[in-house]
Design a protein around this ligand. Structure first.
Ligand code: 5GP
Length: 112
């Protein structure tokens, strides 16, 4: 399913991009919930974590490597949280797989 994130990938709407390669894109969340809050998304249109296929193994691996690299570049040396809200109960609003990376403050657990 196409979403607003496809428009960001195609540069049809602006985003504060932190990393881009052939497989994925990292950009700041427009509504940050922590001092550092960015998203890592695959360029491939995958709706959610629940829609992964076997061939997506390398795509997801690359997304996690990029999350780790950008988190370090953003100075999150004390730690951070990576979240993939998934489908309705998971609170997913944008139907394009994305990993939230949040840090820069002490995060509470559990989430609501
Ligand atoms: P979800 O609830 O689907 O896990 O999270 C979607 C996230 O995407 C939200 O944190 C929201 O702020 C962010 N978001 C939605 N639209 C845009 C946009 O157009 N640009 C950026 N940078 N972030 C967006």
């Amino acid at each position: 399913m196409s979403s607003i994130f496809s428009k960001i990938i195609r540069k049809e709407i602006p985003a504060d991009i932190l990393h881009e390669d052939d497989v994925c894109l990292a950009f700041r969340d427009i509504n940050p919930q922590a001092p550092v809050h960015f998203l890592v998304i695959p360029k491939k249109e995958i709706s959610s974590l629940a829609d992964l296929e076997k061939d997506d193994e390398l795509v997801v691996g690359r997304c996690l490597l990029v999350a780790s690299k950008v988190a370090a570049e953003e100075g999150l040396h004390n730690g951070y949280r990576l979240i993939a809200n998934t489908l309705g109960d998971g609170g997913q609003e944008v139907p394009h797989l994305h990993f939230h990376i949040m840090g820069g403050r002490k995060l509470t657990w559990p989430p609501g």
